[in-house]
Design a binder for this molecule. Structure first.
Ligand code: URP
Ligand code: ZN
Ligand code: ZN
Length: 459
């Protein structure tokens, strides 16, 4: 199968030029000016950007959490990702307490196999790591699961103590693996939550008011300190505020291999979105939305490379029946929000159109950096000869209004309902095949392949 993409403006993290792309089967095979050849298909990309498919390294599909499960499964979630211009996700498998790490990954393989619309990899949420667990960790790394998420939050569910974190970081660091940290002091937060509930403060906004930024900053500081003692890199997930970012910046200024991602919700939504009523449950996610002034600080961090990646932390729960579990008590609202479909257009509009980042940086933050961080580059994250033909044809001029009526995530609300942005995903190729075109899905469950990832190339 040969496809020629003609007349587009190819933009990668470092390039910006007009050329044609020949895709043969799953790979980019030739890039050149005015290519003339017999092909099965020609796609005219005149006037459009041609960019690498997005990589979202933080999703939770079918995640059992808070007495329910996130509402997108591996088909609906990855199809929605494709609609939004994302062609690779890295989802979080879970090692439940008492379970082996290998069992945790096996469970996620069973959920995903034959169901995904795009390529996917796994991190492993690691809840236990005793001496000797290195063997299992290294087996998983050999099988392509090279990053591990540990939590300082959610006591009794996911929380790992500092000794566990130190052991896991030491082991991962010795082999080029990467520990991703949910950095928030969950033990103190739980005490603050108990006081709020006892005082009758039960509305959704108290989710945010019981998780102060200092609890996140303390977690980030501690995660980086433990990583330094363990002589390992660390990647802070879903960083939400300036206080936490300052910790990362200080560490990087000292030359430490400390990395971090933020998410669109922290760049475009704020504490004000909770309001006083039940509707605020839409935004019950962890860390919570912050005071608006933090957004400018996060954009600054993205410009200066103190933040390297923009992921989504896509973890949708419907308002009906799921978020409702916490109607009378915010601490029972399942934590998480949808976003996998919105990321590329949101960041293009808020970043490039609104002059906060360059076009190349947009590609780097939404694709290339994650490919490098999580061992997928240059198969993914760029447009180059022999790279996978994961390509998005993006209409930079077209306006688009977000809303649950025209989104494909399996959830009954949109975090960005009614927001109009400039920049729309038009055509999406995943490993050489058109999967989204003219607003229609052209693929099927099982098109995606599991990605055996290598190790981080940033360190
Ligand atoms: O609220 C969130 N972020 N839910 C997903 C779990 C996590 O901590 O990433
Ligand atoms: Zn987390
Ligand atoms: Zn998450």
């Amino acid at each position: 199968m040969k496809t020629l993409i003609r007349n587009g403006r190819i933009v990668t993290a470092v390039d910006d030029y007009k050329a044609d792309i020949l895709v043969e089967d799953e790979l980019v095979s030739v890039i050149g000016a005015k290519l003339e050849m017999e092909t099965d298909r020609v796609i005219d990309a005149a006037g459009k950007l041609v960019i690498p498919g997005g990589i979202d390294p933080h999703t939770h599909l079918e995640l059992p959490f808070g007495g329910t499960s996130s509402s997108d499964d591996f088909f609906t979630g990855t199809r929605a990702a494709a609609f939004g211009g994302t062609t690779t996700i890295i989802d979080f498998a879970v090692q439940n307490k008492g379970e082996s790490m290998i069992q945790g990954v096996d469970n996620w393989h069973k959920k995903a196999e034959g169901k995904t619309a795009i390529d996917y990899g796994f991190h492993l949420i690691t809840t236990e790591f005793e001496d000797g667990a290195e063997r299992e960790m290294y087996q998983l790394m050999d099988e392509g699961v090279t990053s591990f998420k540990l939590f300082m939050a959610y006591p009794g569910v996911f929380l790992a103590d500092d000794a566990t974190i130190f052991r896991a970081m030491s082991a991962a660091g010795a082999r080029g693996g990467l520990v991703c940290m949910h950095a928030e002091n969950g033990i103190v937060i739980n005490e603050i939550i108990k006081r709020a509930i006892a005082a009758g403060r039960t509305a959704p906004k108290y989710h945010a008011l019981t998780r102060p930024t200092i609890a996140e900053a303390e977690g980030v500081h501690r995660a980086i300190a433990i990583a330094e003692m363990a002589e390992s890199p660390v990647y802070i997930v879903h960083l939400s505020c300036a206080d936490a970012l300052n910790q990362v910046r200080e560490a990087r200024d000292r030359g430490l291999p400390a990395f971090a991602e933020t998410c669109p919700q922290y760049l475009f939504l704020s504490l004000d979105d909770y309001g006083d009523g039940w509707d605020g449950a839409k935004y019950v996610m962890t860390p919570p939305l912050r005071e608006k002034w933090n957004q400018a600080e996060l954009w600054k961090g993205l410009r200066t490379d103190d933040l390297q990646v923009i992921s989504t932390d896509h973890c949708p729960f419907c308002m009906k029946e799921q978020k409702e579990l916490g109607r009378d008590d915010f601490s029972k609202i399942p934590n998480g929000a949808p976003g996998v479909e919105n990321r590329m257009s949101l960041i293009y509009n808020g970043g490039v159109v609104e002059n906060r980042i360059s076009l190349n940086r947009f590609v780097e933050l939404t694709s290339t950096a994650a490919a490098k961080m999580f061992g997928l580059f240059p198969k993914k994250g760029t447009i180059a000869v022999n790279s996978d033909a994961d390509i998005v044809i993006f209409d930079a001029e077209k306006e688009h209004t977000f809303g649950v009526a025209n989104e494909h995530m399996n959830v009954d609300y949109s975090s960005y309902e009614g927001k109009t942005v400039k920049g729309k995903v038009e055509t999406v190729l995943s490993r050489g095949r058109v999967r989204v075109e003219n607003g229609e899905y052209k693929g099927k469950a099982g098109d995606g392949q599991f990605l055996k990832r290598g190790t981080c190339v940033n360190i």
